[in-house]
Design a protein around this ligand. Structure first.
Ligand code: NDP
Ligand code: 8X3
Length: 264
């Protein structure tokens, strides 16, 4: 009997948001497992630094740098026709690029922030998926790993549009599974809780003190923890589909439901 471990074959893995945080560590881990990795994000210099690091470490042409804004359908179309042959058949797509902006209550939130979160976390994710999926279906082989969030599962003050974008990721993942039944394509949603990356720096518009405060006194998840979950899901045998992984730091849990008590 064969276990059909999908780890045995060298795969081509595309990671969006690979210039920082979860994406960068995930790219490192896939390269370390012997796979070819397409690293995509807007900050090209960071991607090139990562390529130099990984090519040197593994002594081969492991990484292809793809400067990309996932919100641009035009750029994604151009990417699809410009990938070198060795990287052109994507086996694993890690839809990780994303961001939260602001923590104001809905009635005070900046509408431009909402537009950007929807464009990146929803539109960017479905565009990447829609463009790459047909090749996977044709080859009857592929795995889409989305990075959702606990923010898509539980409400918290100021989570408004960000949490809603991650609820989209959750349901989109499930609906993809429904559509892809019979194609052998796997789909997974990873839902992390508090993790220390550049996430809060971006959320608070570069305010480092505010960002550092989020993690002060806690033991948050690390980018390596999330990369480990991604790799684990990808390395399951072909007949196993990991639907969802929700992970939180031990130092994080749910709070009680809030109640507004009448005064006096
Ligand atoms: P980082 O800010 O460290 O990384 C975000 C990455 O997304 C960067 O590489 C950034 O690259 C990329 N990105 C943002 N916008 C775009 C765009 N338009 N096109 C292409 N790439 C883009 O944060 P994390 O690593 O923490 O976040 C990764 C994912 O994990 C996000 O989807 C986030 O919502 C999610 N998440 C984060 C949690 C946390 O607590 N940190 C918890 C749960 C989920 P560049 O700026 O170079 O384009
Ligand atoms: C990031 C986790 O709780 O800051 O998705 O929204 S949280």
């Amino acid at each position: 009997m064969t276990n059909n471990k999908s780890t045995k074959k060298v795969k081509t893995v595309m990671v969006t948001g690979a210039s920082s945080g979860f994406g960068l560590e995930t790219a490192r881990r896939f390269a370390g497992e012997g796979h070819r990795v397409i690293v995509a994000a807007r900050r090209k210099e960071r991607l090139e630094t990562l390529k130099r690091e990984l090519d040197e470490e593994f002594g081969r042409d492991t990484v292809f740098v793809m400067p990309l804004d996932v919100t641009s359908e035009e750029q994604i179309d151009a990417m699809m026709t410009s990938l070198p042959e060795a990287f052109s058949e994507i086996d694993v797509l890690v839809n990780n690029a994303g961001l939260a902006l602001g923590l104001e209550p809905a009635h005070e939130a900046n509408l431009d922030d909402w537009h950007r979160m929807v464009d990146t976390n929803i539109k960017g994710l479905y565009l990447m998926t829609r463009k790459i999926l047909p090749g996977m279906v044709e080859r009857r082989h592929g795995h889409i790993i989305n990075i959702g969030s606990i923010a898509g599962n539980y409400a918290y003050p100021g989570g408004n549009a960000y949490g809603a974008t991650k609820a989209f990721v959750k349901q989109f993942t499930r609906n993809l599974r429904a559509d892809l039944l019979g194609t052998r394509i796997r789909v997974t949603n990873i839902e992390p809780g508090l993790a220390e990356t550049e996430f809060s720096l971006v959320r608070f518009d570069g305010d480092k003190n505010k960002a550092d405060d989020v993690y002060k006194g806690t033991e948050p998840l690390t980018a390596e923890d999330i990369a480990e979950a991604v790799i684990w899901a990808a390395q399951q045998p072909q007949h196993v589909n990991i639907n969802t992984i929700e992970l939180m730091p031990t130092s994080q849990a749910w709070a009680a439901l809030a109640i507004d008590k009448i005064q006096g």
